[in-house]
Design a binder for this molecule. Structure first.
Ligand SMILES: [Zn+2]
Length: 548
């Protein structure tokens, strides 16, 4: 899972209270479906080994992981899925390394430079080696245009040729998934450009900073960013009409309003109340950046199991998990390797095991099954976005996606969360599979995390493909364990840190049961002649369904 404003309020110590998994039988029994936690654990141990150096997209460690999963798919009977006859769909990447940046604010006749990166952050340009912007600033609320919710921040504003200053996130009154869509960079940058703005400055409020520590944002902005490259070499899925994107701390956000008709506090209040709109701030912003660009590539690993039903084989179920993680920290003291044992060696290993089980039956599933272990998820869902927009020929028509990202098994869960299932007929499939395995289904326990748009299933959803992403829920089978605290402890202590490694406990019986649930969902979709469909009037179906 890529970084996001994370709520880290739970007790980290809860994890330490959990017993190591040694009390569990190492080789779990393995049912008639052949799912084996032993094999899953063995794959995790390879993928999360220090030798793979954190599997960062574009590195040797990632390429070794890719070779390993390709070999596993071949061994399980999957044919090479890339159009060039290999297992590797190369994703061409443009790397943008920030070299210099300045950001100044002019109000009441006085110009002051924002101290970077302590009070402001400026993104590297994916398209230009040097950028200069100097224009008046218009506050445009959240920068959201959502006709179905009667909310348009731009309705009464003229932002042509201007810099827009936007609040973070989207109105809290929206249901969680549409809110996640409208809060996404995708929507906000495109919407700003559609209205003629030339740059976007996001104002991080005090609440945002609590959820998304400035230090994290600073570290990320100092590093190179990646975009996939289109055939003509230009960055794909990047809003090229905008010259610059920047962030301001709460203190400097307030200074931007020094000569404005409203105060920054009033702007924050309007946001909290969900009131649309904004105002010119009687201030201007100047931004300069220089950026160094380089080209690289990293493969999605693709294996295909052809459907056994001649009428259905031209349609496919796509199973995904991201194979990449965040690499290594710069040289220094202590453990420097981000092994990503849970994020996402475990998700990858479970997808491999589901793939093996699907291929092990005497007759293959009726639909074609395409397994894609994607690259560069941690760089912003790049590998899956590239795949979704450039599907391999062998995928035919993609009818559904089942994704896995960072399933955590520090404790066993008696419930499942099925992100996205309620948008489509996959709801019924997931309910049946969960029930058959004795799980209850729980609603999204962290709607504020916008998880549905934060992992690779969303790339497929954006191309109209119904998707689901299963996660073990927060109800522990052991009544003495608070599952939410355990997960919160993982987020605050181990997520995207060197300690997400093989020393963490892993409940193998829970892993096996969860893998069976994923297998049951995959089987049901792959064998059902009725194609998954968006529910009538569903937000994502209406927005993207026609693209399929
Ligand atoms: Zn992650």
């Amino acid at each position: 899972m890529p970084r996001w404003p994370l709520r880290a309020s739970c007790l980290a110590a809860s994890i330490c209270l959990l017993a190591a998994p040694s009390a569990r039988p190492w080789a779990a029994p393995g049912g008639s479906d052949g799912v084996s936690a032993t094999r899953i654990r063995a794959d995790v141990e390879f993928l999360a080994d220090d030798l793979l150096e954190g599997r960062e997209a574009g590195t040797r460690g990632y390429d070794l992981a890719a070779l390993y999963v390709a070999a596993a798919l071949k061994g399980a009977g999957y044919a090479p899925g890339a159009d060039d006859g290999t297992y590797f769909q190369q994703v061409p990447l443009i790397e943008s390394t920030p070299v210099t940046a300045t950001l100044t604010v002019t109000a009441n006749g006085a110009t002051s430079a924002v101290p970077l990166p302590d009070e402001g952050l400026v993104g590297a340009s994916a398209i230009a080696a040097a950028v200069q912007v100097d224009a008046p600033v218009v506050f445009a609320g959240f920068g959201v245009t959502a006709p179905e919710f009667g909310h348009d921040d731009y309705a009464a504003l003229d932002v042509r040729g201007k810099v827009v200053a936007l609040l973070y996130n989207a109105p809290a009154s929206m249901p969680s998934e549409p809110r996640a869509y409208y809060a996404s960079t995708d929507h906000k940058l495109r919407n700003a450009a559609d209205h003629g703005a030339i740059a976007v400055v996001t104002l991080l409020g005090p609440d945002d900073i609590r959820r998304f520590p400035w230090a994290q944002a600073k570290a990320r902005f100092g590093r190179p960013s990646l975009a996939w490259a289109a055939d003509d070499g230009t960055p794909g899925a990047v809003e090229t009409r905008l010259s610059a994107v920047a962030f301001l701390s709460p203190a400097w956000s307030a200074r931007l309003f020094a000569a404005a008709p409203i105060t920054y506090e009033q702007a924050l209040e309007a946001g909290k109340a969900g009131r649309a709109g904004g105002a010119p701030l009687n201030a201007s912003v100047a931004i300069t950046t220089t950026t160094r660009h380089a080209r690289t590539s990293s493969p999605n690993v693709v294996g295909v199991l052809e459907g056994s039903d001649p009428a259905l084989a031209a349609t496919s179920l796509v199973l995904t998990a991201h194979l990449d993680h965040t690499g290594t920290l710069p040289p220094g003291d202590g453990d420097r390797i981000h092994n990503g044992a849970y994020d996402n060696a475990t998700g990858t290993a479970i997808v491999l095991e589901v793939a093996r089980a699907l291929a092990a039956r005497p007759v293959a599933p009726r639909r074609t099954v395409v397994v894609v272990l994607v690259t560069a998820e941690e760089k912003g869902l790049l590998g899956s976005d590239y795949f979704a927009r450039h599907p391999v020929k062998a995928a035919g028509r993609m009818v559904a996606n089942v994704n896995l990202d960072m399933p955590v098994f520090l404790a066993a869960s008696s419930d499942l969360v099925a992100f996205g299932s309620q948008n489509s007929s996959l709801d019924a499939v997931v309910r049946k599979a969960a029930g058959d395995l004795g799980y209850t289904l729980s609603p999204d326990p962290m709607p504020e995390e916008n998880i549905f748009v934060r992992s690779d299933q969303y790339s497929l959803v954006k191309q109209g493909v119904p998707a689901v992403y299963l996660m073990p829920g927060f109800t522990a089978t052991d009544a003495g364990v608070n599952g939410q605290q355990v997960f919160g402890g993982f987020l605050s202590t181990h997520y995207h840190r060197p300690s997400d490694d093989l020393s963490l406990p892993m409940d193998l019986a829970a892993v096996e049961r969860f893998a069976r649930a994923n297998l049951a969902v995959a089987r049901a979709i792959a064998d059902d002649p009725v194609e998954p469909a968006w529910k009538p009037g569903n937000f994502f179906g209406t927005m993207f369904g026609a693209r399929r």
